[in-house]
Design a protein around this ligand. Structure first.
Ligand code: PMP
Length: 320
C-alpha cells in the first residue's frame, strides 16, 4: 500500500494527466543532480470546502527558489495557483498535501542545465499527521544530528531546492536508525539550525523564541503563521540565534512545518523536556482551528479550492 494509492490525476506541464502517465525520462537533469525547486503545501477541510493554506506565500517562495537557481518557470503565479486548485479538485480530495515541483528535464547531463527544458508538475495526495497522531498530542523524541545544516554561503538555505534535501535525508536516516522520531541539525558554528523539514521554537519564561535566516534555516511559512498566532495570543516573540543550551533549558519546545504543522518536542537525546506545555498546546490548537477555517481572523490565510482565480496583481514575475 503506497501513500499515493488514492491519487488519480497529476498536473504536468499544463495539463491534467492520469497518475500512470505522470512519468519523466531517466536522463532528466534533476534526477541526476537534484536541479529543481519545490513546495510543500497543505489543503485543509473546512465548512466551505477544501482550502489551501497560504498558497500565495508558497507560490512566492517557489518562484523565489527558482530565481536563485535561475530556473525560468514558464507559467505565471496565477497559473500555478490554478494548477494547484485543479489538481486537488480533479482528485476529489477534501484535505491533502500538495507538491508543486519545477525541474530541469532531459536535454544534457552536463552540469549547466541551460539546454534542458523546465518541467512543472503538481502532485497532491492525502497525508495526515506527518509524524503521527501521537506525535501531535504527546510530542516527539528527537536527536541532535551528527550532520550539520549546510551554511547559507554554501547553498541558499532560504530556497527550497531538491538537491539540498540530501542533507536532511542523511539526518533523518541517522535519527530513525538510532530510534528517534526526528533529527535536529546544528549549524556549522554549533548553534541550532532546524529540523530535517521543520523550524524550531522554544518557550522560556513566558517568551517564545525562534531563530532566523543567519542560522541557515528555511524561512518557514508555518513559522511565520505561528509567530503571528503567538503575538495575537499575547505572547512575546523574539527572533535570535539559538544555542543548544537554550533548547536544553527550555520550558517547552516544538517544531513547525507544513507537513509537521505544530509538533511538540518531548525529549532531546533521552533528556525529557516534559509533556507539551500550555503555550505549545494553545498555539497548536489555534493553528489547527485557523487551518480548518474556524477563526475569521485568519481566513485570509485560506484559499478555497473552488476559486481557481488569483488576484490580477498576482501575475508573472520574470526570472532569469
Ligand atoms: N525547514 C525545512 C528544511 C523544511 O523543509 C521545511 C518544510 N518546508 C520547513 C523548515 C518549514 O517550512 P514551512 O513551514 O514553510 O513548511
Amino acid at each position: 500500500m503506497s501513500q499515493f494509492d488514492e491519487v488519480k490525476t497529476v498536473w504536468m506541464n499544463g495539463e491534467l494527466v492520469p497518475w500512470t502517465k505522470a512519468s519523466i525520462h531517466v536522463s532528466s537533469h534533476a534526477l541526476h543532480y537534484g536541479s529543481g525547486v519545490f513546495e510543500g503545501i497543505r489543503c485543509y477541510e473546512t465548512d466551505r470546502g477544501p482550502a489551501v493554506f497560504r498558497v500565495e506565500e508558497h507560490i512566492d517562495r517557489l518562484f523565489a527558489s527558482a530565481q536563485v537557481y535561475r530556473i525560468h518557470i514558464p507559467y505565471t503565479k496565477s497559473e500555478v495557483g490554478a494548477a494547484i486548485c485543479q489538481t486537488i479538485e480533479a482528485n476529489n480530495f477534501t484535505s491533502c498535501y500538495v507538491r508543486p515541483i519545477v525541474f530541469f528535464g532531459s536535454g544534457t547531463l552536463g552540469l549547466d542545465p541551460r539546454k534542458c527544458p523546465v518541467e512543472v508538475s503538481v502532485l497532491a495526495w492525502p497525508w495526515p499527521a506527518f509524524l503521527g497522531d501521537e506525535a501531535m498530542s504527546a510530542g516527539v523524541r528527537i536527536t541532535i544530528s551528527p550532520w550539520r545544516k549546510f551554511h547559507s554561503r554554501m547553498m541558499p538555505t532560504t530556497a527550497k531546492a531538491c538537491g539540498q534535501y540530501l542533507n536532511s535525508i542523511l539526518a533523518v536516516r541517522d535519527a530513525a536508525g538510532r530510534g528517534f522520531d526526528e533529527a535536529l541539525l546544528l549549524d556549522v558554528d554549533g548553534g541550532v539550525a532546524e529540523g530535517s523539514g521543520e523550524n524550531l521554537f522554544l518557550v522560556r519564561d513566558g517568551v517564545l523564541y525562534t531563530n532566523g535566516e543567519e542560522q541557515s534555516i528555511l524561512l518557514g511559512i508555518t513559522r511565520d503563521a505561528v509567530m503571528t498566532i503567538a503575538r495575537d495570543l499575547g505572547l512575546p516573540v523574539r527572533t535570535r540565534a539559538l544555542a543548544l543550551e537554550d533548547l536544553m533549558s527550555a520550558d517547552e519546545a516544538f517544531f513547525t512545518g507544513t507537513a509537521a504543522e505544530v509538533t511538540p518536542i518531548r525529549e532531546v537525546d533521552g533528556v525529557a523536556l516534559g509533556s507539551p506545555g500550555w503555550f505549545t498546546r494553545s498555539i497548536q490548537k489555534t493553528f489547527m482551528e485557523a487551518t480548518a477555517g474556524r477563526l475569521p481572523r485568519y481566513r485570509r490565510w485560506l484559499h478555497y479550492v473552488d476559486d481557481c482565480t488569483f488576484a490580477g496583481a498576482y501575475s508573472a514575475v520574470p526570472c532569469i
